[in-house]
Design a protein around this ligand. Structure first.
Ligand code: AMP
Length: 431
């Protein structure tokens, strides 16, 4: 199938060809015609499947067919959970609309709101936003969503994980009832299905990969290892393999910093990306990583969410995530758009339960290896490490990883979803 057969305008086809895309990805083949028909769409697609173009291209097509060039109200709203994802989606919107007479903007927290408000005042057709800053600007009367025709909820599962349910509901009330809704999610929990039920009307359901399964192109492997030997093992793997671009996940911000320092000491260029880093530092780390100047990017789950790093060959879980769905998100950073990739997890005894849960979710037994000199500790406990205490200390919103504002932050805690079936473990997350 070619892009020509999807019904997109010449201006969009030109932008697509400039990007170098020749064939629409499976999610694009399914989502684009449905969106062009004006239908509500519920799409199951993780980052790396081409989902952004899957909703952006038809959205731009629909808006440009019926231009409102004099006074430009916001006609399309794309809501994303994180700043990074908002910036990435916006970059895509800009690229795809290069040959169209449409204006767009992005807003997120953590940076001065003035330039954002000024851009919006000039009139824009497409707004990409994170919930906190959007609601802030709306409350100040700087944004109106009364003319929104198309609403996109990107990474809806992560939105719920981050406690944005209440904000999403507030945003929905600010838009006209009659509008087209597109919802994207990598996983489909009962909570997501409930949210979809409340937002979508007679929706078409499209899937890029089967629910909660990992992409075939990714080879997965577990190294069983003693906790205290993980740092040396990761340094050995990266050095021996001469890996040039590796994304490493840790469970905590502190862990990310610590590992990063040790890598640098071992002569491996590394940068950390997490919620305690300023927007500038995050952008710098990511661009260094993309350009190849930084070999290893150490990230927490929320900071890494949705990062567009094409053709990433290696992902390493320094620690397994305590939420199984995060494993799927993490390894989705590799094997992107058909390229092959490798996902390695370093698993100590206390992570055994997490591993079992992950295998249950992805439906495969992940091959296990033990490297000589890095054997697991036979006496270590298989109990998850101090989960309860940590959970009690950290069960509060992670403001730094969200684009929330002070006005909307307090409500988040009460808005946080009751979790799926691993409540106590979820509360431990400290990204
Ligand atoms: P996404 O899932 O939207 O984050 O996209 C993942 C990556 O695939 C991005 O780097 C896109 O630029 C790229 N991409 C999207 N659509 C296509 C396509 N049809 N052909 C090749 N690459 C694509």
């Amino acid at each position: 199938m070619s892009f020509n057969s999807l019904g997109l305008s010449q201006a969009l086809l030109k932008a697509i060809s400039k990007k170098g895309y020749t064939t629409p990805s499976p999610i694009q083949q399914k989502a684009i015609p449905a969106v062009l028909q004006g239908k509500d769409v519920l799409a199951s697609a993780q980052t790396g499947t081409g989902k952004t173009a899957g909703f952006t291209l038809p959205l731009l097509h629909l808006l440009s067919e019926n231009p409102k060039e004099k006074f430009r109200p916001i006609r399309a709203l794309i809501l994303t959970p994180t700043r990074e994802l908002a910036a990435q989606v916006y970059a895509n919107v800009k690229e795809y609309s290069e040959f169209l007479n449409l204006r767009s903007a992005v807003i997120f927290g953590g940076v001065n709101q003035k330039p954002q408000a000024a851009t919006i005042r000039q009139g824009i057709d497409v707004l990409v936003a994170t919930p906190g800053r959007l609601l802030d600007l709306e409350t100040q009367g700087l944004i109106s969503l009364k003319r929104v025709e198309i609403f996109v909820l990107d990474e809806a599962d992560r939105m719920l994980d981050m406690g944005f349910l209440r904000d999403i509901q507030r945003v929905i009330k600010l838009m006209p009832e009659k509008r087209q809704n597109l919802m994207f999610s990598a996983t489909f929990s009962p909570d997501i299905k409930k949210l979809a039920h409340g937002i979508l009307n007679h929706s078409v359901q499209v899937e890029a990969t089967p629910e909660n399964t990992t992409v075939d192109a990714i080879s997965q492997k577990v190294y069983r290892v003693a906790k205290g030997l993980k740092t040396n093992l990761i340094i050995k793997l990266i050095s021996d393999g001469n890996w040039k671009q590796v994304l490493v996940f840790t469970r905590t911000k502190h862990g990310a910093n610590k590992l990063c320092e040790k890598m640098v000491k071992a002569g491996i260029t590394a940068a950390a990306i997490h919620g305690n880093k300023s927007q500038g530092a995050r952008t710098k780390a990511l661009s260094g990583f993309k350009s190849g100047a930084v070999r290893v990017l150490v990230a927490t789950d929320i900071a890494a969410r949705g990062l567009d790093i094409p053709l990433l060959p290696h992902v390493i879980n320094f620690e397994l995530p305590n939420i199984s769905e995060d494993y799927v998100h993490r390894i989705g950073r590799t094997g992107r758009a058909g390229a092959s990739g490798e996902a390695i997890s370093l698993v100590s005894a206390d992570e055994t339960t997490f591993l079992r849960d992950i295998e249950k979710l992805v439906g495969i037994k992940i091959p296990v290896d033990i490297l000589e000199g890095f054997e697991p500790d036979p006496n270590a406990s298989t109990e998850p490490e101090k989960m309860q205490q940590r959970g009690a200390r950290n069960n509060r919103p992670r403001n730094n990883d969200r684009s929330t504002s002070s006005s909307s932050t307090q409500k988040k805690d009460s808005a946080r979803r009751p979790n799926r079936n691993n409540d106590s473990r979820r509360s431990d997350r400290r990204n």
